[in-house]
Design a protein around this ligand. Structure first.
Ligand SMILES: Cc1ncc(COP(=O)(O)O)c(C=O)c1O
Length: 394
């Protein structure tokens, strides 16, 4: 009887769901949350909000930060601070999550998407240069550029900053996925006039939902805080001379964020170890390629992403995803490029073939920092089994 129970238990355990990238709490969050609770600072003011902003500044090496309700809110405020208005054009990486582009449309401005390069999967500096040259000739330059650090890898900022500088286009660095990544030794978030992070539940650190706007410009961040709290003028009553937003982070959530941030370095190393495991286990399969890590920096490997070439591998990306799903393992196609999204179908795309190809073949593998070696073995075994036997040499 006891043996039977053990067997059943083992079967359930061995088939436990492996999620793509679930939040990872380890206990310290509870301590800081309870501190916030006990202090009664539970709204959008409090020592944890101040502390979280200060600690992000120290980690990233920026002067100022505003803790907000989401990364999307941070993008929206960044665009407002840059004076983006209805009718303006804003350049945006094509391969990204919709939030990057949505924020542009909140201001009735128009996104212009720029394709990825193959070496980094981030905004292609050559296409960017070509587009800006073309805009300059026509005398209608975009108002700003949102450059995304996709899947935790920084874009190639030397050329991008140079090109944008030539035409005085301010960059907003969308580092939602890239906290802790570096480019030539400098942390993600520092490469634009403003940078943003997300602390959504699937990000490398989470506050359940939240974001941060960072900048070296104190005036901008002070104004972002003002706008994020309904633009309340200094007065004993509620006085408003402009439109504001309810975008501030609560002290409770900032407490969770501080506990998470303490372990950021550890989380980056764990994500990189997961990436290395996958590379070792799958890298020699025919038709499998990994997202390249550019030599200029260190990715935080937020998600490990593979490309599946069906003619060599013997199965396509979707088949692999469905087989993983049948084994109770979550994986996901890579971001569908913005120019292929129905909602953005009328927007201009510069290039587009690279992101289309990446989307057709790309699959994000489970990359949660609590994954065990057993979990990783389980995932890689399923993927290896999808490979056509005649072409699989391991
Ligand atoms: C690239 C990118 N930009 C922006 C966001 C938006 O962040 P949030 O979900 O915190 O609003 C996300 C993720 O959610 C993202 O992946």
């Amino acid at each position: 009887m006891a043996d039977n129970i053990r067997v059943v238990h083992r079967t359930v355990e061995s088939n436990k769901r492996i999620y793509l990238c679930p939040p990872h709490l380890d206990g310290r969050e509870r301590d800081l949350l309870m501190q916030a609770y006990d202090s009664n600072w539970i709204t959008t003011l409090g020592p944890h909000v101040d502390g979280f902003e200060r600690e992000i500044c120290e980690k990233v090496g920026v002067k100022q930060a505003a803790a907000l309700a989401s990364g999307t809110a941070a993008l929206h405020l960044a665009l407002i601070l840059l004076g983006v208005e209805a009718g303006d054009e804003v350049l945006c990486s094509d391969l990204t999550f919709a939030a990057s582009a949505n924020a542009i449309t909140y201001l009735r401005a128009t996104p212009v998407f720029v394709d990825s390069d193959r070496a980094t999967w981030n905004m292609d500096p050559e296409l960017l240069a070509r587009e800006l040259e073309c805009c300059a000739q026509k005398g209608c330059l975009p108002k700003a550029a949102i450059v995304v650090d996709i899947y935790g890898q920084c874009a190639n900022y030397d050329p991008i900053v140079k090109i944008c500088g030539k035409y005085q286009i301010p960059i907003i660095e969308d580092a939602a996925e890239a906290l802790g990544a570096t480019y030539q030794g400098t942390f993600a978030g520092k490469f634009g006039v403003m940078g943003i992070f997300s602390f959504n539940g699937n990000k490398i650190i989470t506050t359940s939902g939240g974001g941060m706007l960072v900048s070296d410009n104190e005036e901008d961040i002070t104004r972002a805080r003002f706008l994020s709290q309904q633009a309340r003028d200094p007065a004993p009553h509620y006085e408003h001379s402009e439109i504001g937003y309810n975008y501030r982070m609560s002290n409770l959530l900032a407490a969770v964020g501080r506990a998470q941030l303490e372990r950021l370095d550890e989380k980056v190393e764990k994500k990189r170890a997961i990436n290395k495991f996958y590379r070792n286990a799958l890298g020699n399969l025919p038709g499998i390629e990994f997202m390249p890590e550019a030599p200029y920096g260190k990715s935080n490997c937020w998600l490990t992403v593979i490309l599946v070439s069906p003619e060599k591998f013997g199965a396509d990306r979707e088949t692999v995803r469905l087989v993983l799903e049948a084994e109770n393992i979550e994986s996901r196609p890579i971001w569908k490029p913005m120019h292929l999204q129905p909602v953005f179908k009328r927007c201009k795309i510069v290039g587009g073939t690279v992101s289309e190809d990446l989307f057709a073949r790309g699959l994000c593998l489970p990359s949660g920092t609590q994954m065990t070696e057993e979990d990783l073995e389980r995932v890689t075994k399923v993927i290896r089994n999808c490979c056509k036997p005649s072409q699989c040499f391991i």
